[in-house]
Structures are given as C-alpha cells and as structure tokens.
Design a protein around this ligand. Structure first.
Ligand code: UDP
Length: 241
C-alpha cells in the first residue's frame, strides 16, 4: 500500500486515560477497541509506529504513595509501571484482533508475558511493519511514561513524538478558564518554557528540546485526528526547535 504519512517513524504516547471511559478508571475494552480502530488507520498510512502506554487509569505511583504510609514510593511506582503493562496487553489484543501485527516490549523483564525492550529488535519490528507497544515506562521509578516516550523516541530515532491528549493543543491560557485563550498552531520549545506552558512532564520536555525532537500535542478523542496529524495537517500544536 501507498505511504501517506509525512513521518517515517513516530512515537505515540497514549496516556492511561485513553484506556478507560471518560471520567472513569480501570480498563474499558470498548474504549481500547475504539482507540485501536484509529491506530489501525494510522498503521495503514505506512508510518512506523511505536506506542508508549501510560498507566494512570489504574495507578500513578506518586498519588498512590501519597495516600498511605503503608506503601513506599518506589514500590508504588513499580505498581504504576505494571499498570502500563496491563494496558499494553489490552492494546495488543485489541490491535491484533483487527489485523494489526504487534509486538509488546517491556522495560522490566517479564518472561512469558512480553519481549524485553531491546532497541535493535524494536527497530527491526518497526521496519517489518509491526506496531511496537512499549510498556513498563523506563523501568525505573520516580519518572512518568512521558519521560519514557521522550527517551525511547531518541533511542529509536523517531521523527516525532505524538502526545495524545484530551485538549486540542497548547493554548495561551487554560481554555476552560478563559474563553479567549488562543491555540498555538506551532510554538518553539523556548517559548513554551518562557510562557510556563504545560506540554509533557519537565524531564520529557527537556529531553525533546535538547535533542530537537519535535512534539505534536493533539486531541485523540476526535476520531480521525491521528490520521490528520500523520497526513501533515496542521491540527493540534507542534512544538519545534
Ligand atoms: N512509572 C515509573 N517509571 C516510568 C514510567 C512510569 O515509575 O518510567 C510509574 C509512575 O508511578 C507513573 C505510573 O507508572 O505514575 C503510570 O505512568 P503515568 O503516570 O506516566 O501514566 P499516564 O499519566 O500517562 O496515564
């Protein structure tokens, strides 16, 4: 099939909230199946697609450990990483079920469940046209899957980080609070910093800035948006060097 994506290799960050119904937690296979239909169309554009899964629909280490003295922060973060594997498994089946070939790789070894993340093997899968789902974040506590996304993007030499969110992009102010807030079609890394805008977590953002990996923030909840991003349409906000 003809390649229609303007990108060769994209790293898509899917947060945990895309694995459940809006406002709920846990996993909804209805939500995952709907998401997978969008991902299938993305796959059909010919882009090499690696997906980093979040886990916030199940557990976020920081919040969970703040809640009780009975759990140590690192343990809670490991639980969060395992949550991203649960999402990864759900996504893998949903994609395979509609004919999209996938591999699941984890940053924490889990023999019998998934392959370990091995950079060269990941790249090989991508070259062979498999969607690679990357779970368990970085494998280390105290960071988030945004950081994993930024690090992996650099490691596999992705052209772009796609940050799927519930908002249409980056605004001058919070659009919920100020109806006159304007969406930036494109903004420089420097300006995000100087205006104190929120794109990804700070570590992830700095990594992308330092290594000049552009980020596109877009609303994945509008069906077809991922295709539009891959086709090069100017939706969402593009963060550029
Ligand atoms: N996490 C971690 N190390 C990583 C990635 C994730 O410890 O490299 C933990 C962390 O506790 C985080 C949780 O896993 O809160 C779930 O990931 P995240 O919060 O990024 O999920 P999202 O907000 O994208 O749903």
């Amino acid at each position: 099939p003809e390649k229609t994506s303007v990108f060769n290799r994209a790293l898509l960050k899917l947060s945990g909230e895309s694995f459940c119904r809006s406002g709920e937690s846990g996993i909804s296979m209805t939500a995952v199946a709907a998401l997978s239909q969008q991902l299938k169309r993305a796959y059909e554009t010919g882009v090499q697609l690696a997906i980093v899964t979040g886990g916030g629909n199940i557990l976020r280490g920081k919040e969970f450990s703040a809640f009780s003295k009975s759990i140590n922060a690192p343990t809670a973060h490991y639980m969060g990483m395992l949550a991203t594997v649960i999402n990864g498994l759900a996504l893998q089946d949903a994609l395979e079920n509609i004919g999209v070939p996938t591999r699941l790789q984890t940053a924490i070894r889990m023999e019998g469940v998934a392959e370990p993340f091995i950079r060269r093997r990941c790249v090989r899968h991508l070259e062979k046209g498999r969607v690679v789902i990357l779970a368990a974040g970085t494998g280390s506590p105290f960071v988030t899957t945004d950081t994993a996304a930024a690090l992996r993007a650099r490691e596999i030499e992705a052209d772009i980080v796609l940050k799927a969110t519930k908002v249409d992009g980056i605004y001058s102010e919070d659009p919920m609070k100020n109806p006159h807030a304007v969406r930036y079609p494109s903004i420089k890394f420097q300006d995000v910093l100087s205006q104190n805008l929120q794109v990804m977590d700070a570590q992830a953002f700095h990594h992308c800035m330092e290594h000049k990996i552009p980020i596109i923030v877009f609303n994945y909840q509008k069906d077809g948006n991922l295709d539009r991003v891959l086709a090069g349409e100017k939706i969402g906000t593009r963060v550029v060097p």
